[in-house]
Structure formats: structure tokens, C-alpha cells
Design a protein around this ligand. Sequence first.
Ligand SMILES: [Zn+2]
Length: 402
Amino acid sequence: MNDLKKTIFWKKNEAHRQVVVLFQDVKEFILNNVSKKNDNYLESSIYGSIIDNSIYHIRSTSILTDNEHKLVSLGKVRYNGSDLFFGLPGNLNVKITFEQLSKEKLLKFYTKVNNHVLEILVIIMDKSSLYLRIDNPDYPLSRINKRSICVIGLGSGGSLIATYLAKSGIGKLTLIDGDILLEHNIIRHVCAINDIGRYKTLAVRDYILRRIPNVKIVTVERDFSINDKYEEDYYKELLSSVDLIVSAVGDHVMNSRINSFAYKNRIPVIYAGTFDKISGGIMIRVDPLKKSICYDCIYSNNVDVEHTEVTDKVIFYGRNVDDMLTQPGLGIDIDLITLPAVKLILSTLLGDKEESGSFTQDIYYWYNRNLPDRKIESFVLYEERRALNKRSECSICSKTKT
Ligand SMILES: [Zn+2]
């Protein structure tokens, strides 16, 4: 590197940058309280956080309005009738006009401090811009936004499904799980060590809201059960406007309970789960609106043919699961069944096959082991299955009038 290049290189690094991020609540507070026509005056404290000593997140004008983040006092904002002055720590003063606040998203200023150039970047947040990358004319965002989904079970699979549903634009989520997060959950879960001890529902809610603050989230901190009329009425009311239920509980008894409730109340369900040692997985779609075969019927005449539980041994395609090795990358295997389940959910909700993936069948298996009897030599293989017939004696799906 020659001397001239070196000088330029170091000069660039000497130029400090300070970033001011104005969150939407603060922007709205200011816009609601000042008007360029009235020539009025405003002065308010501002609170937020300082990141990496150079980024100021201005989140609130009141320390009480944000439970989620530890807010510190950042200084004051003043309005003199035409311009806004943000007084921040370290004598950093940022001036923007009323016009800029209401119209701009990104502003850049340069100022000289102690003989070097200071770059000031002001980011004015607009929550609607969060969907900018998917809000194309050909993406059905407004339709997805109106949909409401309930996710039962917020372990490694359910937490990821809920997150991706929010990122796809789902407007409302109801999260049901009675478990709390323990340290051994973390390595396969979206939540983190500082969530240990919290209900999974609340930890996942906060995880999602930190990414997509627009989504409405309702939580229930107990396991789904319909033991009596009171419980049944409670869930009937709670889930009355839900378009679809996702079961990620991975438990046959619980799935059967969800099946009986959802079929009766005409709510479609997607069941997603993995087999022992994540040797494979299954997704099942049951749609009472289309009078499809129910989960109990599928389980009794399809699933257990090849995934048989004999005493305490699980046989997977002729191989004893105890003899199988756990593959490295355990979290990845769960994601492999979870992510297509999100596609199946969206496809079921929207009903258009071309836009959201072609899911013509209601049962999908995936395998991540070679299967000797099937001569499958693939790292991951998805296979669709035709659902078999309803059992004539089934009290859930056979009794419904056609
Ligand atoms: Zn049935």
C-alpha cells in the first residue's frame, strides 16, 4: 500500500459516524403535538438506548411506555415552530426540519468536530417499511395481513413457524403453550439464554415483536386442553376468528385432542412434527371445511403402518431407531420440516397453488436417512402421500354431514 493510499485509508477510519434512529412512536408523538402552521413550541424528554457508543435509539418520550427495553434518558427534543433539535449525550446536537421529519426516512449530515469530519446519519423509522422487501404488487400481503393463526406448542418447531408466519405478513397470532424455557431448550430454539425461566409464549412473543412490531399477538400460558365445558367454551371463544391452527406439539395425544376440537369447530389444522432422533418428519393437513379425513383416521391407518411403536422400541422403515446415529446439526433437521410447514400453512390459507407452492396432497413425509428398503439415496427427500379413507366408525370426520 503506498503512502497516499494509506493516508486515505486511515482518514476514512478517522471520520466518525454517529447514528440517530428515531422510532415511530416518537415521530408520531412529535407530529401529533406540533404543527408547522401553528408556530407552536414543544419541549420533551427523550428516552431510549445507546448501542456501540455511537448509535442512539430514540424510542420514547416517556420512560414508562416501553416495558421491553431498558430505557435510559437520552436528553431532550425541542421544536421552535419550524425546526426540531435533538440534544443527545456528548453534546451531540441534531437539527432536522418538520418537513424532513414527516417525509424523509434517511438523512445524512456532516459536521466538523476536533478537526475531523463527523458523519451523522438519521434514520426515521416507519413500521410499514418493515414489509418493503415483500410488499410487491404480486405478493398477497394485504390478504395475508388479514389472517389470524393459532400456534399450539412453542418448542423448536413452533417458535420458528410463528416467527416465519409473522415475517410472511400474518396479521394476528395466538400462541398457546404452558411450558417455560429451560437451558437445554436454547440450542434448538429461537429464544436466548436471557429468556430462561420465562413462559415460551411470552419469550416467543417478544422475539417476534422485536422483528415485526405490527403483528398482534395473544398468548395463553397453559397447555391446550378441553377436559370440560368451561375449557371448551374458553377455546371456542378465543379461537372463534382464527383461520387456521398449527400444532407443533409433537405429541399424539395432544394432536388427537386438537383434532377433535378443531374439526368440530371447523378450523383447518396443520400438524408438523419430527420422528425420533429426527430421522424424518411429517406434516399433515386436516381441513374440515373440505370435509377431509381427520388426524385420528390418518394416524390410525397411515402413519403407524411404517412408524410403529412396538413396546418401547420405535421402528422407522425397518430400522430400529436405537441403532440409528444422531446426525450432526440437530437444529437444522428440525428446521427442514418446519420451513416447508410454513409454506403449506400459507398455501392452505390463501388457497392459490401457483403463488404459494403446489401442495396437492394432505400428507408430506421427509427423510434425512437413506432408506434401505426404498433405495432412496438422498440427503433430504420430501414425499407426498395421498390420505387414506376415513374410518367409518370415526366420530370426528365420518359423522359430519356432506
Ligand atoms: Zn376421522
